[in-house]
Design a protein around this ligand. Structure first.
Ligand code: B12
Length: 476
């Protein structure tokens, strides 16, 4: 038996889509699958104890979605909780433990090492879990299990990441209680592709999903939406890196949704790159049920866009907002303030630009989470010793370690950069403001980590992307 455990207890609760695909794929391969969902339980430790004492698994799979909350200054790190959960499992079962998940895949070897888990899978779990399960039952030859992080003679070995070129996923989505997640989380995820071929300076997606785009058949995506509609779920969010890359596939998915009239039954939100985006794509998305788009805007300053390696320009941002308006789609722009070279002037350029262009919301995030293996880590290597780099922010002592939440805020923004940004925003309600470092400052940000306003709004019936729900709350 394969026991799969969801450890994500952040609220509002997001359904474990990745673990659900893994569970469905393992069951389809003939493996007896049992799931333990700590995300919906009021007493997770008791649930884990009861379930593991009743079953005798061959392998325990544990999903780890978020390594940290990627939000400065909250900077919450979840690895210690995962270590505790793995230790608790050790007292309850002798079965080997394998870890997996999107956050996990960014730091796979470090997490296996520090939690003491037996294995990890970096990348897609669907085929890898089946290979690992079979290897455990037969030869114990682990060399050919793609994505596997394991120990040979006490040393950690990392096989090549599991990013299979052909992407076909189970459309059933019946393993977890998606209805309950919908009631508590207000939306349900779906994927149309994996991987991202862009080179944004800061982004970890290529580390966990690979840099090659791997698309799903549009019909398979539509089957999955129909399965979820039959479970009473009718508001969705894409789980792709960027829905519009490649544009041709986004259009094909929308056409399939429209052909099945899914736009009349479902509402959905998507993350998009600013380009390519045009009236034809927006029209097709609206017809297919899309009601809101969150663009990776980053900045409106040409200098900062070049630093972040974004191909779009401020004119593209203005056009994206206009095209959304014309097509009745709500629009949120995500900013990333404080990167290398950011100054009060570039911040002002960006904030003033969006005050004029008037999207529905602007997420003014301040501070870039630094991941090893990204362009940000290279920039830092060129800025001299970390110990004397005044742009670095963290909440731990000792040596710098980018495994732990470590952020970059350009020192040119001065001693209180959040205050500076808030002053530039000057109370414009479209903006979600950065969080100040002083304890007790009022929260006007958009951190979804244990966000009680959102939890309550969803309990009272709100549904949709969190920025849209927060926007509605502000309007009340
Ligand atoms: C969509 C999305 C959201 C949506 C979710 C909508 C929804 N209804 O699902 C919203 C906007 C709500 C959101 C919120 C947050 N998100 Co988010 N999100 C994503 C995104 C784009 C997709 C995640 C996803 O579902 N992927 C699809 C599934 C199928 O893939 P998967 O989970 O990786 O699962 C596969 C493998 O990992 C593996 N696997 C998974 N589990 C297991 C278990 C085992 C045993 C095995 C073997 C394998 C395995 O197999 C699966 C199938 O192949 C990712 C970035 C990205 N491109 O992946 C960020 C991402 C996961 N989010 C991130 C963060 C930080 C957050 C927030 C904490 C932000 C915040 N402070 O508010 C919150 C947390 C919310 C929560 N309650 O957990 C970070 C995590 C990084 C980190 N340091 O850990 C990411 C990676 C973005 C980033 N690069 O910064 N998010």
């Amino acid at each position: 038996m394969l026991t799969l455990i969801n450890t994500n207890r952040m609220t509002p609760a997001i359904g474990p889509i990745g673990l659900e695909y893994v569970a469905e794929a393992a069951a389809a391969a003939g493996i007896d699958v049992h799931v333990i969902d700590l995300g919906l339980s009021d007493e997770p430790e008791t649930l884990l104890r009861d379930e593991l004492s009743r079953h005798d698994p061959t392998l325990i799979g544990v999903s780890f979605r978020n390594v940290d909350d990627c939000f400065w200054p909250s900077a919450e790190w979840f690895v210690p909780d995962l270590s505790e959960t793995v230790q608790q499992m050790r007292t309850l079962s002798d079965a080997p433990v394998v870890l997996g998940g999107v956050g996990f895949s960014i730091f796979a070897d470090r997490i296996v090492e520090c939690t003491g888990a037996d294995f990890g899978i970096r990348g897609d779990g669907e085929q890898a879990i089946v290979s690992l399960y079979r290897a455990l039952q037969s030869t114990r030859d682990f060399d050919n299990v793609d994505g596997l992080v394991w120990r040979r003679d006490g040393r950690i070995v990392c096989n090549r990441p599991a990013w299979p070129v052909e992407l076909s996923l189970p459309a059933r989505r019946r393993t977890f209680d998606n209805g309950a997640y919908f009631a508590r989380g207000g939306q349900c995820g779906f994927e149309t592709k994996r991987g991202c071929n862009r080179q944004c300076l800061y982004c970890a997606d290529p580390l966990s999903k690979g840099a090659a785009l791997r698309v799903r058949e549009p019909a398979e995506v539509a089957d999955e939406i129909e399965s979820l509609l039959a479970q009473g779920v009718d508001v969705f969010h894409t789980c792709d890196a960027e829905f519009n890359i490649p544009r041709s596939h986004a259009l094909a998915v929308c056409e399939e949704f429209a052909r099945r009239s899914l736009g009349d039954k479902a509402r959905w939100y998507a993350y998009l790159a600013v380009t390519p985006f045009d009236a034809e794509l927006a029209g097709a998305m609206r017809k297919a049920g899309c009601v809101g788009i969150n663009f990776t805007g980053d900045s409106a300053s040409g200098l900062m866009l070049a630093t972040y390696r974004q191909p779009h320009r401020s004119e593209d941002l203005a056009q994206a907002v206009r095209v959304c308006r014309d097509n009745g789609i709500k629009v949120m722009i995500d900013l990333l303030l404080g990167g290398p070279g950011e100054t009060p002037e570039t911040s002002k350029t960006t904030i003033d630009f969006f005050k004029q262009v008037k999207p529905d919301c602007v997420g003014a995030s301040l501070g870039v989470r630094i991941y090893p293996g990204t362009g940000m880590a290279d920039v830092l290597a060129g800025e001299g010793p970390l110990e004397t780099n005044s742009a670095l922010r963290r909440k731990y002592d000792g040596e710098f370690d980018f495994f732990r939440p470590t952020f970059y805020i350009s020192s040119a923004l001065g001693p209180n950069p959040a205050r500076l940004v808030k002053d530039l925003i000057a109370g414009d309600e479209r903006f979600f403001e950065p969080m100040e470092e002083e304890v007790g400052a009022a929260a006007t940000d958009h951190n979804y980590n244990d966000n009680t306003d959102l939890v309550e709004a969803i309990r009272n019936g709100a549904r949709g992307a969190y920025w849209d729900i927060l926007r509605d709350l502000r309007g009340e």
